[in-house]
Design a protein around this ligand. Structure first.
Ligand code: ADP
Ligand code: MG
Length: 620
């Protein structure tokens, strides 16, 4: 250990000089980053001390409180960073601040040399730590006292241009104090509020207390960088609160990978849907960090839109520190992050669904809209997202749901269609005539009671190669087995054909395309089936409501299926010959009833009047 004292100026290593020129003149437009660099160095020094203390006994100023203190002095035009970390010996100070021995900066200069033209680019990929102080300061003084008992108190001083001096001083406590004599144009950093606003932006995640003048700045450990085994549920919750979201998270995903990218992510699902009325898109709010340094507190492009409800932190050491927010969104790195994060999140939801049905249901009830949005907007993940969908069905109790995979797993052998019915509610769906034929055959029908379900089904089209089909489609084929057991004898084939022809005549082309006997009805006499466009009556209704004038929707004639076993149908067949005038009224009423049940009756006026006529006749 050398004790010689010299105030003779030492030149910087050539590479350092080169680096300094760049840093001072062209590196960051955002000069305030020196605050985070110096605080993070202080924090590193404290961390090193904490480790060292576990093995060393002979320590200088052993009883100092760990922490970082920042002081501003407006009159003197200075800002000072003081820590009670390990400090530096003379050799260390020469090594650390006068040469580029540490790997990051070394790599930086190496890249710079190899790629002189693309200077700006290369610069962007590295943080340059301590030297950033010279962006805002004419002179930097580093007072330091090593933890080693036999060390000395030192002052390193430099203008960042002509080299540095090191001299011995007296009266220092263990640790390092860095005084920045601010350039005229950056004197604002000598004001407390200015430094405070910088701090509030990013430095909250430190394991040690930070003080600004007399005030303690609230900090939290960057738990996303820790091993999840070492973090309790309470800590996660506390962290969630700390990053500024009320309530407790519903679930979280915490993971770390180092290939193909270095990623530490801690993502929370909040307990409430931020868009409860489905109106207005909230902005993403997951923050992006590079080794605890905040890059963007609401990173766009980091996650797909449909995951915008997530909260939390993503940290990647591979990120360039001074990347601009604008260029980041399109950077291939962010796209890669997006890919990994999305995949992980999907897996997390899948696992939650499998391991904890109750928790998954809670999640789904709040956030199903986002999953559905994903199905229609994220082609890449459509299939995986579809696995997360849940529906009530003809085989679930009210309030209970089934996923499409489970639907298929419990479907009958050979069933190659996934059946669904669109309707306003479970009750509305079950009141209609559509389910009975499926129920009788043991075919499960999913209930699409959310207005966007039909749209989702249209986009999904199929799941695991099986088509999604609405039960009110005319082209649904049902077999003739079991269902007819124990039922009345049907109308003779010839009588049925005749009745169908007669009915068709009454209704005309525009409203009814075809009338035919069929197998899907059990208890109801007649049902209206959709044919033309893949659009349900509900969807049609919605489009008309949204645009009453321009809703020039083409007529969508239905197919009428009649139940040849039903007494009413049989009676109609007879009446069509014995009292044709009244049979016409009855047939018209049956059509309107069918349209009403299908949600396709647009004007109920005729139906009501006709109904009186029917009653009159019945009461005669
Ligand atoms: P990096 O932090 O990436 O190593 P820096 O330029 O920020 O690069 O710092 C260079 C080195 O200077 C650090 O590695 C550390 O050894 C030393 N150093 C900087 N600040 C302090 C400090 N407050 N206390 C002790 N050592 C420090
Ligand atoms: Mg550093």
């Amino acid at each position: 250990m050398s004790n010689e004292s010299t105030t003779e100026k030492q030149p910087f290593q050539a590479e350092v000089q080169q680096l300094l020129d760049i840093v001072i003149h062209s590196l960051y437009t955002d000069r305030e980053i020196f605050v985070r660099e110096l605080v993070s160095n202080a924090s590193d020094a404290l961390e090193k001390f904490r480790h060292l203390r576990q093995t060393e006994n002979d320590i200088q100023d052993d009883d100092l409180e760990p922490g970082v203190t920042i002081t501003t002095d407006k009159d003197a035009g200075t800002v000072t960073f003081t820590d009670t970390g390990i400090g530096m010996t003379r050799e260390e100070i020469v090594q650390n601040l006068g040469t580029i021995a540490h790997s990051g900066t070394k790599a930086f200069v190496k890249a710079l040399k190899e790629n002189a033209e693309a200077k700006e680019n290369v610069i962007g990929q590295f943080g340059v730590g301590f030297y950033s102080a010279f962006m805002v300061a004419d002179e930097v003084e580093v007072y330091t006292r090593t933890w080693k008992k036999d060390g000395v108190d030192l002052l390193w001083k430099s203008d960042g241009k002509t080299g540095y001096t090191i001299e011995e001083v007296g009266d220092l406590k263990r640790g390092t104090q860095i005084v920045l004599k601010l350039k005229e144009e950056y004197k604002d950093f000598a004001e407390e509020f200015r430094v405070k606003s910088v701090l509030s932006n990013w430095s909250n995640f430190l394991a040690f207390p930070v003080k600004l003048n007399e005030e303690v700045i609230e900090t939290k450990e960057a738990i996303w960088l820790k091993n999840k085994k070492d973090i309790t549920a309470e800590q996660y919750e506390e962290f969630y609160k700390f990053i500024g979201h009320g309530g407790a998270p519903m679930t979280h995903l915490h993971f770390a990978v180092d290939a193909p990218l270095d990623i530490h992510a801690l993502l929370f699902v909040p307990d409430k849907n931020p868009e409860p009325w489905g109106m207005g898109q909230t902005d993403p709010s997951v923050s992006l960090y590079c080794r605890k340094v905040l890059i963007d507190d609401a990173a766009k492009g980091l996650l797909p839109d449909w995951l915008r409800f997530l909260r939390g932190v993503v940290d990647s050491a591979d990120l360039p520190l001074n990347i601009s927010r604008e260029s980041m969104q399109d950077s291939s790195l962010v796209q890669k992050l997006n890919k990994v994060l999305t995949k992980r999140m999907l897996k997390h939801f899948e696992k939650l669904a499998k391991d904890d049905e109750e928790a998954y249901t809670k999640f789904y009830n709040e956030f199903s809209r986002f999953i559905k949005e994903g199905v229609v907007s994220d082609y890449t993940h459509k299939d995986q997202l579809a696995k997360l969908l849940r529906y009530e069905s003809s085989m679930t109790d009210a309030g209970k749901t089934v996923g499409i995979q489970d639907y298929l797993d419990r479907a009958k052998d050979g069933q190659d269609t996934i059946y669904f019915q669109v309707g306003a509610s479970r009750a509305a769906i079950e009141a209609g005539p559509y389910l009975e034929g499926f129920k009788a055959r043991g075919l499960e029908v999913l209930y699409f009671a959310d207005p966007i379900d039909e749209y989702v089904a249209g986009n999904l089209f199929e799941f695991e190669g099986k088509k999604l089909v609405a039960v009110d489609r005319a082209d649904v084929e049902l077999d003739d087995t079991e269902a007819s057991e124990g039922q009345e004898e049907p109308l003779e084939e010839a009588a049925l054909t005749k009745l169908c022809g007669w009915m068709k005549e009454q209704f005309g082309e525009t409203r009814v395309k075809e009338v035919r006997g069929g197998k899907r009805l059990v208890g109801s006499p007649v049902v209206a089936l959709t044919t033309g466009q893949a659009m349900s009556p509900q969807m049609r209704q919605m489009m008309k409501q949204m645009n009453p004038e321009g809703a020039d929707l083409p007529e969508d004639p239905v197919e009428l299926e009649i139940n040849a076993r039903h007494p009413l149908v049989k009676a109609l067949a007879t009446a069509s010959e014995s009292k044709p005038e009244f049979a016409k009224v009855a047939a018209a009423q049956m059509l309107d009833n069918a349209l009403l049940a299908a949600g396709m009756l647009e004007d109920p006026k005729d139906l009501v009047n006709r109904n009186y006529a029917v009653l009159e006749e019945a009461l005669k």
